[in-house]
Design a protein around this ligand. Structure first.
Ligand code: SAM
Length: 276
């Protein structure tokens, strides 16, 4: 029997268990959009995420579609370095087929990564690339920690920022994008998720905000135009709508992203290439 580890994630780090639970749930789907054989074991090690079932019911299908979207973005960009900021319980280092020589850096809060390493050890997980974990607080100087961990700013990089920006104050998000851009050699790619103000203010999201607020994981920011935001940092971006993603994968449009139900409220899924 798997053990529940001593220090399961708390606070904002607990949101990582919620996403892993959605990925674990997808494994029961006959035509699942990705394989994540480690997700269930990670959730189990955290002692379940049942207290967050309400959030998963609302957004679980979005988490699944976004996972597949970012999988495809990372694999098609085929860079020698991959950096996942706020990796949480992401297992892409283990479950995707990477080009030989790929180094993948995972950044997140120290307690979360300590838990994850213990749990992965118990699950006998073996990475499919060179995997480097970089414990840090992304509101502080994470760039120095990343370089000390072996990141080479002269090599092109694929960056992923999934499920992060909304939890940070706007100035911290701005700083992160500044450093991501400063560390990006020509040809680097970036994929991110964010939300607009209308999404934050949706009546359907009130219970989520209430739940996250109680666990010290309050949403603190949004962006009106991710293409313009990224252009200001030297990136050429495109945004993919969940309606198109759902059609591409023969899935129903997640209600929380369906324009017929949420109007102009958006969860942005953007991918970009470095132009400056
Ligand atoms: C919703 S989870 C997303 C995790 C992962 N990207 C995924 O989609 O499965 C948010 C993650 O952001 C991390 N996080 C939030 N604030 C952070 C900070 N200041 N520094 C580092 N990580 C942070 C949390 O620990 C958590 O793992």
């Amino acid at each position: 029997m798997k053990r529940v580890l001593q220090r399961p994630p708390v606070g904002v780090a607990r949101t990582a268990v919620l996403i892993a639970a959605a990925r674990a749930n997808e494994q029961r789907h006959l035509r699942r959009l990705f394989d994540d054989p480690l997700a269930a074991g990670l959730v189990e090690a955290a002692g379940s995420a049942n207290d967050l079932n309400g959030v998963r019911t609302l957004a679980g299908e979005h988490f699944v579609l976004r996972t597949r979207y970012f999988d495809d973005q990372l694999l098609s960009s085929a860079q020698p370095q991959v950096v996942i900021l706020a990796a949480g319980l992401d297992t892409r280092a283990f479950r995707l087929t990477w080009p030989p020589g790929t180094t993948l850096f995972e950044l997140d809060l120290p307690d979360l990564l300590e838990f994850k390493e213990d749990a992965l050890h118990d699950l006998l997980a073996r990475p499919a690339c060179e995997r480097v974990v970089v414990p840090c607080d992304l509101r502080e100087d994470w760039a120095t920690a990343l370089i000390h961990a072996g990141f080479d700013p002269k090599r092109p990089t694929a960056w992923l920022l999934e499920g992060l920006f909304m939890f940070l104050p706007p100035d911290a998000g701005e700083q992160i994008l500044y450093w991501v851009s400063a560390l990006s050699a020509p040809g680097s790619t970036l994929a991110l998720e964010h939300v607009n103000r209308e999404f934050r203010e949706l009546p359907q999201m009130r219970a989520v905000h209430e739940r996250f607020g109680r666990m010290d994981a309050r949403w603190q920011s949004d962006v009106e135009d991710p293409i313009e935001w990224l252009a200001g940092h030297g990136w050429h971006a495109t945004v993919t709508h969940q309606v198109d993603l759902a059609a591409q994968h023969d899935r129903a449009v997640p209600a929380i992203t369906d324009p017929r139900k949420v109007g102009d409220a958006r969860i942005w899924l953007a991918s970009a290439i470095r132009t400056a």
